[in-house]
Design a protein around this ligand. Structure first.
Ligand code: ZN
Ligand code: ZN
Ligand code: ZN
Length: 133
């Protein structure tokens, strides 16, 4: 993993559980705390002790000196400071990825899993289609 983004931040490898909105049944944005459904705007309180524990114990390499640090913080994003080189950086929330197959040519497309409906253009056959989560 050498082509990580620059010093601006590191993406957490641990995502919160995938949950659906209890009101409209769409996928909620990934995270813990008070999560706002992007579709019906209702607020849902999400808590998950297992995720918090994994977040506290997550090991990340400092984007500047590559020293491995234990996060120690049970929320994302987390503002961290490297104990070795003192660089401040942000541990960003994990963006869950999903693979879907183009309905026309069956090519696998990898994308961020975001709630709501999106128009996708297949890079292989240029067919446009919609996905929604
Ligand atoms: Zn909703
Ligand atoms: Zn460092
Ligand atoms: Zn296609």
């Amino acid at each position: 993993m050498s082509d990580e983004e620059t010093n601006s931040g590191v993406e957490s490898r641990i995502s919160a559980p995938d949950l659906s909105c209890p009101k409209c049944n769409h996928l909620l944005p990934n995270g813990l705390g008070v999560i706002r459904c992007l579709m019906c705007k209702s607020e849902v309180k999400v808590d998950h002790e297992g995720t918090k524990k994994k977040w506290r114990e997550e090991k990340i390499s400092c984007p500047s000196c590559s020293k491995v640090l234990i996060c120690g913080v049970d929320k994302r994003p987390a503002n961290l400071q490297c104990a070795a080189c003192k660089t401040h950086f942000v541990l960003k929330p994990n963006r869950p990825k999903i693979e879907i197959a183009c309905p026309a040519c069956d090519r696998k497309l990898r994308m961020n899993k975001r709630p709501g409906e999106r128009d996708i253009a297949c890079p292989a056959c240029e067919v446009e289609f919609k996905v929604s989560f």
